[in-house]
Design a protein around this ligand. Structure first.
Ligand code: UT7
Length: 322
C-alpha cells in the first residue's frame, strides 16, 4: 500500500580548498604519516579559509544538491542542518543558510548530535515530511570542526577536518521498500566524558576544544553501530545481503572494516572517503554518499545502509533506497 514517504532527489558536497597533509601535521606535532595512515586510514583533511563559515560550507553543498536534484531553492520549505560548529551561538546556522539561499518561507533549524548529526537530521526531516508538515527538505551536515581542535594535542588534531554534504528530500507517495525506509537513533549521556568539548556557553563561556579517549570510543563504536544496524534491518525485514552499499560515518578506516567484518558485509560494498578528508563529523555521511553517487557506484534503486557514532554518545543507522 502506498503512503507518504520521503525520497532522496539529489545530493551535494563541498570541501574547502586548503588541504593539510599528514606530513604537514608531522611538522606541527609529534606524529607521522605512517602512524596516522596505519591507525586511521586518513591521508589528508581540508581546512576552511579564514572567514569561511559553517553556513558558507553548507550553502555550497546545498546548491550542489539542489542542482543535482533539479529543484529550485525557492521550492525548499524545510532546512535541517546538522552541525557542532555553528556560525554563532544563536540564531541557528540553518537560518543563515536559508537567507543565503534566498529562501523566505518554511522553517530552518539545527540539530546537534555531533558525528551522528546527519542521521538525526535525516530522521527528523523524514518524520516531518511523512507527517505532511513540509514538502521539500534540505538535510545538511556541515562543519568547521578544525576550529574546535587543540592543535597541540596529537591524539585529536590529526583526525578531523572541515566539509559539508547535503541531500534534498521530497515527500511523495511510495511503497514501504522505496525512498527513506527506516532509522534507529540512540544516545547515552553517561558516556559524554569520553568525547566532548571542554567549553560551552553556560559552563565556561568559551568555545572549548575537543577531548577524546580515542581507544574507549573506538571500542564502543563497533558495538553500538553494529547494534543500530541490526535494529534497522530487523525493523524492515531486510538482511545484510540485501544491502547494495554501506555508507558509514567516516571516522576511522579500522572502524569501517571492524563493522563490515562483524556484520559479514562484503568490503567491496563499503564506501570509504576517510583518506581524503578525515573525520568531518556531521558532514562525513553526505560527503561519502555524494562521492559514490557522483562516481556512479550508487545507482537509482540501490539499497543503502548508513551508520554513525559520535559524542554524547550518539549513534544510529538508516536504511534508504536511492
Ligand atoms: O567520530 C567520532 C567518533 N570518534 C571515533 O570514532 C574515534 C575512535 N578512535 C579512534 O579512531 C582511535 O582510537 C584513534 C585513531 C583515536 C587512536 O588509535 P588507537 O589505536 O586507539 O591508539 P591509542 O589511543 O590507544 O594510542 C596508542 C599510542 C599511544 O602511545 P603509547 O601510550 O602506546 O606510548 C598514543 O600516545 O599512540 C599514541 N598516539 C600517537 N602517536 C603518533 C596517539 N596519537 C598519536 C599520533 N601520532 N597522532
Amino acid at each position: 500500500m502506498k503512503t507518504t514517504k520521503s525520497f532522496i532527489r539529489g545530493t551535494g558536497a563541498y570541501l574547502p580548498s586548503r588541504v593539510l597533509s599528514n606530513e604537514d601535521l608531522a611538522r606541527m606535532v609529534d606524529t607521522s604519516d605512517e602512524w596516522i595512515q596505519e591507525r586511521t586510514g586518513i591521508r589528508q583533511r581540508h581546512i576552511a579559509a579564514d572567514g569561511e563559515l559553517t553556513s558558507d560550507l553548507a550553502v555550497e553543498a546545498a546548491k550542489d544538491a539542489l542542482a543535482n536534484a533539479g529543484i529550485s531553492a525557492t521550492d525548499v520549505d524545510l532546512i535541517v542542518l546538522a552541525t557542532t560548529t555553528p556560525d554563532q551561538t544563536f540564531p541557528a546556522t540553518a537560518t543563515a543558510v536559508q537567507a543565503k539561499l534566498g529562501i523566505t518561507t518554511g522553517a530552518a533549524f539545527d540539530v546537534q548530535a555531533v558525528c551522528s548529526g546527519f542521521l538525526f537530521a535525516m530522521a527528523t526531516a523524514d518524520s516531518m515530511l511523512r507527517q505532511g508538515l513540509f514538502k521539500t527538505a534540505l538535510v545538511i551536515g556541515a562543519e568547521t570542526f578544525t576550529r574546535i581542535l587543540d592543535w597541540s594535542d596529537r591524539s585529536t588534531c590529526v583526525l578531523f577536518g572541515d566539509g559539508s554534504g547535503a541531500a534534498v528530500l521530497q515527500a511523495a507517495e511510495g511503497e514501504d521498500h522505496e525512498g527513506v525506509i527506516a532509522h534507529h537513533i540512540r544516545t547515552d549521556g553517561t558516556k559524554s566524558n569520553l568525547l566532548y568539548v571542554d567549553g560551552g556557553v553556560s559552563s565556561t563561556g568559551t568555545v572549548g576544544h575537543v577531548r577524546m579517549q580515542g581507544n574507549q570510543v573506538f571500542r564502543h563504536a563497533v558495538t553500538n553501530i553494529s547494534s543500530a544496524i541490526e535494529h534497522v534491518l530487523q525493523q524492515t525485514g531486510q538482511t545484510i545481503e540485501d544491502v547494495d552499499w554501506f555508507v558509514p560515518h567516516q571516522a576511522n578506516q579500522r572502524i569501517l572494516n571492524g563493522v563490515a567484518k562483524r556484520l559479514g558485509l562484503d568490503e567491496s560494498k563499503v564506501v570509504s572517503t576517510v583518506a581524503m578528508h578525515g573525520n568531518t563529523s556531521a558532514a562525513s555521511i553526505p560527503l561519502a554518499l555524494h562521492t559514490a553517487i557522483s562516481d556512479k557506484r550508487i545507482k537509482t534503486g540501490d539499497l543503502v545502509l548508513s551508520e554513525a557514532m559520535g559524542g554524547g554518545f550518539s549513534w544510529g543507522a538508516s536504511l534508504f533506497r536511492l
